[in-house]
Design a protein. Sequence first.
Lengths: 204, 373, 639
Amino acid sequence: MSIHGRDPINLIITGIGGQGNILISRLIGEVMLEDGYWVTIGETYGASQRGGSVASHVRISKSTQHGPLTPEGQADIILGLEPVESLRMLGIYGNPKTYVITNIRPIHPMAVAIGEAEYPELEKIKQAISELSQKVWYIDASEIAIRLGSPLLANMVMMGALVGTGLLPLKKEACLQQLAASFKEESLTVNMKAFTMGFIQNSS
Amino acid sequence: MVESKACQDLVNKVIKKDLCTLCGACVGMCPYLVTHMGRVVLKDVCDLTQGRCSAYCPRMSLDLDITSRATFGIPYTWDALGITKGIFMARSTDAKVRQRVQDAGTITTLIRFALSEGFIDSAVLTRFKDKSLPKGVIVSTKEEVLACAGSSYMAAPTLEAFNREAQNVSRKKIGIVGTPCQVLGLARMKESELEGRNNLDKLKLVIGLFCTWALSYPDFAQFLEKEMTGPVLKYDIPPHPANVLHTFTEKGQIDIPLDRITPFIKPACQLCHDLTAEFADISVGSGRGKVREWNTVILRTERGMEIFDAAQSKGVIEITEIPERNLNRLKEASRNKKKRALKNIIQKTGSTDNFLYLKVQPGTVNHLLENGG
Amino acid sequence: MTIASRDVPKTTQLLMGNEAIARGALEAGIGVAAAYPGTPSSEIIGTLAQVAKERNLYVEWSINEKVAMEVAAAASFSNVRALCAMKQNGLNVALDFLSNLNLTGVNRGLVLVVCDDPGGISSTNEQDSRHVAKALDLPLLEPATSQEAKDMTTWAFELSEEIANVCILRSVTRISHARGKVVLGELSNVEKHAYFDISRKPYATVVETPPKLHQALYQNLARIREIYESSPFNWYIGPENPELLIITCGSGWFYSVEAVRILSAVNSVGILKLGTTWPLPQKLIEKHMLQTKKILVVEEVDPFLEGNLKELAADMEPGRTWTFYGKASGHIPSFGENTPNIVINAVAKALDLKYTTRDPEYQQKSQEMVKRYVPPREPQFCAGCPHRTTFWAIKNALKLDGREGVLTGDIGCYGMGLGSSGFFQVRTMHAMGSGTGIASGMGKLNQFGFNQLVLNVCGDSTFFHAAIPALINGVHNQSHFILIVLDNSGTAMTGFQPHPGININAMGDPVPILDIESLCYALDVKVTVTDPYDINGTTEKLLEMLRNEGKPRVLISRRECALIKSRREKPPYKIQVNHDQCIGEGCGCDRFCTRVFRCPGLIWDRESRKARIDESICSGCGVCVDVCPQSAIVREVIE
């Protein structure tokens, strides 16, 4: 199953500031660019970095350059590093044909952390995401990352998970090569491992 | 209807209305209410609709019948001197102590005695040092007790120290010396269903002070700064008709006319009906006239009698009869304070049906205003 | 070494707009680049700073935008090409110099890049900088793609030298921060030789009367217009006689193309994309406008292009009319940032087409679910942020003092002090340094009965940028206020750039620290220094300062930014909540640490009804240990 036929492919990578979704967008972007695709990446920075929602829009096309933002309702894939953020993106950019790959580890917003709002039950969020998408892959990327040594590795796990679904027209090897080109020696091994573990979760 | 928060009730009904006596009953238990420079300050807002702060405050919803039942087992009588099981004059037998203290050293001696005999393991007292704000401290040695002897006539949030220190597991039996409003605050704790957290079962001895009024800090301190050349070691107000405040400094005694001091009286004191600390185990005041060198002592509870008798048997305290004249004078002064308080409350509210925080029957009030109990 | 500086011409790279601009400058052979950090412009100088040594550049984070412009101009006067970058607010700061510089002109190429923030997502205002180009009769360029961002920058230096004047390149967030495909050109290796020709006419406006200089400037515009007529940055796609002509610039290009594609209107809509937007290439525009009767203008922020087109239209064929759609007609909102859907809806409306974003049932269901399940996320101070603790001390000190206090604020991470993160203490916030100026003014109102305390918070970078003159004003006029400098060792909000109080410069060279205390001593201002993590000590010091009224006093609240520190070191403590001691919602606490102090490292655990530490967020600073009223939070030194 893939969306290789679609043009542009609209991939939205979402999470909380500091989770590293921008890195994923750049790595995927570089791989697609090398493969001859037009790639545009739109991002949000600044104040939102301090614990707010952050989304990267990756627009991939064989024919031409596209704008940095996905039009509403046109997301093909949503890669979420945080479950509620995945749902938030579906609310704006989702449609019945959207695919979702999401981490299930919540990051509580301030209002929830201090007891002023409720973080919804994970089952309810999962149900909502399922109803609003064509297919969902759930993965506890944070758990895998913590086992590998740091919660910050969750973004690489998610990238592996995305590639593992086969939705994007790119190969695992090309991604690993890109990682090798982007990470310093001392951190490369563990990041590759994280990527591979995520890949294995979804590629069956 | 949204229920109001306990601490905001306290601020709106007591603090903003100038009813606060700075007894300290509401502070020392949480990070929201603190005292600073003679004021109670609400630093942040606590959401709870029920809390110890408003439950313990002697100026919030005071039903003296309930309070009296919790302390003595019987309703409040509005008798001139409250519940009394014995009234006489007393003084310390230690001449050195009598030299150092305010009057005759009864309180200092009783506390020291209670400590050495194990009735208490620590005591919450009030200490002032030259011009600084007097505050509650917890002590456990004889020297420390002596250091707290003497009144600055300024209001101090002594109960804050009790609230804070009672939580300390190493303190198991605590004694306290307080003014009538502070003693009433402790009685409120006893009556309150929220009492559990305050470790009131650790409180083993309450000694109350006779009190007519207290002065505001920092206003009074600033006034003193202009008047005094050096730190004040001791204050005294001799009996009527002297009308002065004696201040004793290193350089000698300076007398200030009382009418220069009265502007600094806390407004809340004008509404207080309790001269003799009616809810204490033992209440102590100054002697007058012939028994000027003695303290007036009122025993009110079994506990009070037990400790006092023991002290007497041990020979650290000696007693003598209270002259008839003095007793009548005391009763009159107490009745006058009650009358004045009720009149001032009616003046403040502008109505004979509204007694602010005080729950009284209008019938009782008329009777009191005519006879004063 | 960044990708922007790699000597790999003709290769294809994925570059951010700002990186592309930096690359364009390198391909133009600049020698000097100066700026003050400001989102969304900071990466331009940030990228150039990284390659300063290898490309023989002088790159400076100037103290403010006016000085940055002056530094760049100095290079230009002295035979070296220079680039200056800033955000829209920075242009306001530089405007006094710029409005004289245009009259004196320059020598070697000088390009001013202004990055607007439509929607004010990371700014205190929303502002269209293009008006300045028109007001100052300077040429304006707007890139629409990352490729153009690079190519226009390189070409802008040539244009600048052609007219011996500043060239303005206007970008927006969606161009500056978006990554797109860029084919690199050749890096310039031309030798740079700095020299100021003292024999030529001075660069001074008063050598001629201003009107004469203005006239020369105005005549210049005609020359620029000619050049623009054949510029490769303007192009047209679509049918010869379109039913609707979209005239667009900048980020509007991609939105317009996408809108036409989604609406399947390729055969009825033409798009004229202009990269040269002041002065307008009249002949080119006229040619296309005469082919249609309906025009939709798509641009960011103000109807700048729209208004200028209408001016042109008034002088075109007499009697000829068009229907203009855009901001005036309400097809595009006159405020806020453009989105693909705003433009799709505008085109649909202009063509009388119906467009539904997606299945209405899905739309409704998804919005309901988001409303029900997605809690809002407000930006807040990071865990361990010293600003949180400084505002905490300010709040406590003012409450204890008992008098009302007016706290004026300023721009930076601590600007979030306006909200719950800073305990709602801040009362004003405008431009850089404005808080200090306002405090200086407020501290003089006592003759009119003003009896409230006046305080001001200002960051370390902001202090150097603009607060110093205001402080001097306060000292000179004996105003009563306290200036609290929040010194977290860097310009944190925009990406931790250095400033004069730091020991390195933009290029990483060690430089002497400009000590804020010494500056204050020179002004005879009493300075107190405090560690914001010591919340009780800081509160005490502030209380003391509030008691001693009089001339301006300075409190430096100094502690390194927790985010910078966490990138460099492991946390000093492991923090835990002792559940036996924690009384949670009970009287005596009522969730004090989570509900009132509000550090994101503290979580209210609904199941155990106790507070606990979120280890993935906690920075290990240990301040909450002093906050807990029950001493239930403990810290353990990490070996």
